[in-house]
Ligand binder design. Structure first.
Ligand code: NI
Length: 161
């Protein structure tokens, strides 16, 4: 994959709706792509980015809410606790923000960029972002949390889903 192909895909792009494939074997190429994704996330002032957002049908995310960078492969939530609702934006849904109800605490199991198993215990904002990015790997976007009546109000903005 060429660096110049790495750009953020926005709503309407079918890659955002595809369920990603898990990585069977972590290679140097995955590590390289995670670095490129992190760079793009920082350049875009994002706090998380999932592989489908850059057109890659791969189960990988990067997250940094200002407390350190996580590069995770095949992340999955193994435990959820509590509830919270935070107003969320998404680099792939420009101009849209949605208050999404999610768990307040999550435990995420994943592989790191070298293929080693890792466990991340996240709460509050970090838990929110982890759940948001893992949603991307399942083809899910914040607009899916908008109730029907509100979708009508948002109208044009989310017409092309
Ligand atoms: Ni997003």
């Amino acid at each position: 994959m060429n660096e110049t192909e790495l750009k953020i895909r926005t709503i309407g792009d079918p890659v955002l709706r595809k369920k990603t494939k898990p990585v069977k074997q972590v290679t140097a190429e995955h590590k390289r792509m995670l670095s490129l994704m992190s760079r793009l996330m920082y350049e875009s002032s994002g706090i998380g980015l999932a592989a489908p957002q850059v057109g890659l049908d791969i189960s990988m995310i990067v997250v940094d809410i200002g407390k350190g960078l996580y590069k995770l492969i095949n992340p999955r939530i193994v435990k959820k606790e509590g509830r919270q609702a935070i107003e969320e934006g998404c680099l792939s849904c420009p101009g849209i923000s949605v208050k999404v109800k999610r768990a307040k605490k999550v435990t995420v199991q994943a592989l790191d960029e070298d293929g080693r198993p890792v466990v991340v215990d996240a709460e509050n904002m970090l838990a929110c972002v982890m759940q948001h990015e893992i949603d991307h790997l399942l083809g899910k976007l914040i607009v899916d949390y908008v109730p029907m009546w509100k979708k009508a109000l948002l109208g044009k903005k989310i017409k092309n889903l």
